[in-house]
Design a protein around this ligand. Structure first.
Ligand code: 5GP
Ligand code: MN
Length: 344
């Protein structure tokens, strides 16, 4: 049941790479989410459990709601510890690249990883991985990279090799990347994996509360403001838009993570199929988050209008310009995709 998704030849190649090397670094994409952090920590813990030296290096910091994860504080963040991060990457025998499909997704960490002599092994569930990896375990059918890390551990060492700490990290990644098993999670084996994770003694209800019932006051106030004043519906396109300028983010004292998940809220309105959230991180730098339901591929729209990509139902990109320009791009995208957005 759990033998598919990663072909046996790839598992054999991975086993050889792990057996023949000692020092491993695990890297994940910038603005790391629950899956990037969960899969990376689980991989690091597994490698350590079999006697290897392993570290996680991230381009920038992880959201506060993931800080409770086992060994989270041991992750080295390039933005705050550049020298240490560079040393680890340069000294690695092998670099595991988790939850992204192209080196530019590493942001500031990209140059160091590209320049490293170590071979790179990809474990990821995004479409169309770049050709930069010695071994590419790419499975877009997987609900999350964390699911793939489970499969790797299970097939290399069996269910007995899974510690409770690894299971907590893997469950967090699977839960966050599926909206708590609301999408991309309609496969029987996902629940066989969850059963194995629970068998290690994890408390999945507690993990849910730690991740989702963890809002700050500013986050709750911001939600009220966004829903009341900033959310616009476009009924002729079954679409919705939220914008937040840099000034607004400052006014609500918004910290990293406070805006996480806001983009999903408009999808709760009957009929809405596509939601866009434009967040002006810095004046002139706008982060684009897109979500869709059903067959509408928001990653195609992300690539065409926002220089980005991602999954069919969750994607993103960037606009290096004013909010007005970003909103204009959104409106042009609605025009271009009106037929798909309103198809019966
Ligand atoms: P989020 O809205 O949570 O920031 O991002 C959702 C998904 O969109 C990510 O998991 C990632 O797959 C994709 N994504 C977000 N930003 C970018 C981007 O700038 N470029 C690409 N290629 N994908 C992105
Ligand atoms: Mn993911």
């Amino acid at each position: 049941m759990l033998e598919w998704l990663i072909p046996q030849e790839q598992m054999d190649a991975l086993r050889t790479i792990i057996n023949e090397n000692e020092k491993f670094v695990v890297v994940a994409h910038k603005n790391p989410d629950g899956d990037a952090v969960g899969s990376s920590l689980a991989m690091m813990l597994y490698l350590r459990s079999i006697g290897k030296t392993a570290n996680v290096v991230l381009p920038n910091s992880y959201p506060e709601f993931l800080a409770w994860l086992p060994a989270a504080s041991e992750m080295v963040v390039y933005e705050t510890a550049e020298e240490h991060a560079r040393e680890l990457v340069a000294a690695a025998d092998v670099i595991f690249c988790l939850d992204f499909n192209s080196i530019p997704r590493l942001g500031v960490l990209g140059d160091a990883v590209a320049a490293a002599s170590a071979p790179k092994v990809l474990i990821d569930h995004h479409l169309h991985p770049e050709d930069a990896f010695l071994l590419s375990l790419s499975a877009p059918e997987a609900c999350s990279t964390s699911e793939l890390v489970f499969r790797v551990i299970y097939r290399l060492s069996g269910a007995g090799a899974l510690s409770q700490h690894m299971a907590q990290a893997i469950y967090t990644g699977m839960m966050t990347d599926t909206g708590s098993f609301a999408y991309a999670s309609n496969r029987k084996d996902i629940y066989l994996i969850v059963a194995e994770l629970i068998a290690t003694g994890i408390d999945k209800d507690l993990i849910y509360r730690k991740v989702f019932y963890n809002y700050s006051t500013s986050r709750l106030r911001l939600m009220g403001y966004v829903l009341y004043s900033k959310l616009k519906f476009y009924p002729k396109s079954n679409a919705a838009l939220i914008t937040l300028t840099h000034d607004e983010l400052m006014r609500f004292n918004v910290s990293k993570g406070d805006t996480e998940g806001l983009v999903n809220m408009p999808l709760q309105k009957k009929g809405v199929r596509f939601s866009c959230f434009l967040r002006e991180e810095l004046p002139g730098k706008i982060n684009v988050s897109l979500r869709s339901v059903g067959d509408f591929p928001c990653n195609t729209l992300a690539a065409e209008f926002f220089g980005g990509g991602g999954h069919k139902n969750a994607s993103g990109g960037e606009v290096h310009d004013t909010m007005e320009v970003a909103v204009d791009k959104f409106l042009k995208a609605l025009n271009a995709y009106r037929k798909e957005l309103t198809a019966e």
